[in-house]
Design a protein around this ligand. Structure first.
Ligand SMILES: C=C(O[C@@H]1C=C(C(=O)O)C=C[C@H]1O)C(=O)O
Length: 471
């Protein structure tokens, strides 16, 4: 892997780049092969969401990921190479695909910039097989974008990936790069407008309150008879708007309304988008330091500081909520240990979001270089935070109780780089957007002592928070 220099903001040494591209092409001719040239440049500060809005097309894959509290946002547009998988072994196939691609990458420019060099964007579905045959996303989608713009704190990086082979016109690549940089430069001072104006929808609850509460009661009987310890039951809400949903405005609303969450969106290149604001990180790995969240056990935020503190107090002292939470900690620590890791459980805390608060225990571990992030994703997904315990029985029961396909709901979604760094979140509090239609998803964990009314109210609270953002 060669790295050529690249200097200040928006400075591209086109002469160096031209020579590199010609040399790469020559090798491609000789070997009848293809190479990926990844160009990383520091750029002036720009909002990646504005870049997404400018460049994303309905017929291309794209991805957006933002964590406002960490000062990070990343937009990935169009794919130079992709893998779509339906069925089993999707995590190991993804790992293989990424490793194969990385063998063919030549880096140019400043790869040490935050989010410099190649990043692969991945979305998985909850189950490895869909029951709904026309569900619009495969069980796994992985792509290396053509264009990636990322912000970390005040630093902004552009990555342009190019596929080089014998027949490609190098001059065209250079011209395209110049034109992309010009367009991006023109967006530097563009700020996204805040538009929190809830739209008017026609709504249709998939599982009505009666059906949902009946499922909770039935699940409680199975818990009582020891068939299960916990199950996470989700509900879906179908809405139809008078106009097509606007991805950019909806994401912008989500980040204003849920600044402590991960705001995300991913597309299938056929016009559908899966978006949401999730508080739950599956794993992030930075320089071999892994962190994962055990997040389960909930209470609404109070309307006054006193009510809020009382709700928080009830939550941290509730044996039922603590039991629900500890199932997740136990599962995560066990599964990480099975991989040979030594998980450290940090002090429990509250995760307070705009509408809801959760019991939260971060768990850390050091990841040896030989364990690929996707092995850990495969080992953890789905945790009892979104499935239940015992997990496989809970998954079977979920299929029985829920009348809709979970699809990408409650599944891993994130990025991996070539150095073993990654960030995957759990796609809860999410919606599948298709033109003027959206299906919203949210769920709640059921354990012994759960109250069907309260669980239903919790799910509605989560759905409403999402609905408020869609425009
Ligand atoms: C399943 C969801 O959330 C999960 C369920 C929680 C609970 O029941 O307390 C809390 C956080 C998440 O682990 C969802 O929001 O869809």
């Amino acid at each position: 892997m060669t790295i050529s220099p690249c200097r200040s903001s928006f400075f591209v040494d086109y002469k160096d780049l031209h020579q590199l591209l010609l040399a790469v092409q020559e090798k491609c001719y000789e070997n009848h092969s293809q190479q990926i040239v990844s160009i990383s440049l520091p750029i002036d500060f720009i909002d990646p969401l504005v870049v997404l809005d400018k460049f994303a097309q309905a017929n291309t894959l794209n991805f957006y990921f933002e964590n406002k509290s960490k000062g990070e946002a990343i937009a990935a547009i169009d794919a130079i190479t992709k893998l779509e998988i339906t069925g089993k072994h999707r995590f190991s196939k993804t790992e293989e695909f990424i490793k194969d691609c990385l063998k063919n990458v030549i880096n140019f420019g400043n790869t040490n910039q935050p989010f410099g060099a190649t990043h692969f964007f991945c979305s998985f579905s909850f189950f490895d097989q869909h029951h709904q045959l026309d569900y619009p996303f495969p069980s796994a989608t992985i792509f290396l974008p053509k264009l990636q713009v990322a912000v970390k704190n005040a630093s902004c990086t552009l990555v342009v990936n190019n596929l080089i082979h014998g027949d490609i016109n190098i001059q065209t690549i250079l011209r395209e790069l110049q034109s992309q940089i010009k367009t991006i430069q023109s967006l530097v001072n563009y700020s996204s407008n805040i538009e929190i104006s809830p739209a008017n929808f026609i709504k249709n609850q998939i599982t009505n309150s009666g059906i949902f509460k009946h499922s909770v009661l039935s699940a409680l009987e199975k818990i009582e008879s020891k068939h299960l310890i916990k199950i996470v039951l989700a509900d879906a809400l179908d809405v139809r708007s008078y106009n097509s949903f606007n991805l950019f405005k909806s994401l912008n609303n989500l980040r204003q309304l849920h600044p402590n969450c991960y705001v995300f969106s991913t597309s299938n290149g056929k016009g559908q988008n899966f978006i949401g604001a999730s508080p739950e990180r599956l794993i992030s790995i930075q320089n071999q330091q892994l962190i994962t969240d055990a997040l389960a056990g909930s209470a609404p935020r109070g309307k006054t500081p006193n009510e809020d503190a009382a709700n928080a107090n009830d939550l941290v002292n509730s044996n039922k909520e603590k039991h629900e939470h500890s199932l997740v900690i136990d599962f995560i620590t066990q599964r990480l240990s099975q991989l040979g890791l030594f998980p450290q459980i940090l002090a429990p805390r509250l995760r307070q979001l705009s509408n809801i608060q959760h019991l939260w225990t971060p768990i850390t571990a050091v990841v040896p270089a030989n364990i690929h992030p996707l092995k850990i994703v495969a080992q953890l997904h789905p945790t009892p935070a979104v499935a239940g315990a015992a997990r496989d029985i809970a998954c079977e029961e979920i299929r029985r109780y829920e009348s809709f396909e979970r699809g990408l709901y409650a599944a891993p979604l994130g990025w991996v780089d070539g150095e073993g760094n990654c960030e995957f979140i759990v796609g809860i509090r999410s919606a599948l957007i298709d033109g003027d239609r959206a299906r919203l998803y949210a769920g709640a964990g059921i354990v012994a002592g759960s109250d069907p009314e309260k669980e239903f109210a919790e799910v509605q609270l989560k759905l409403q928070a999402l609905l408020k953002a869609l425009v």
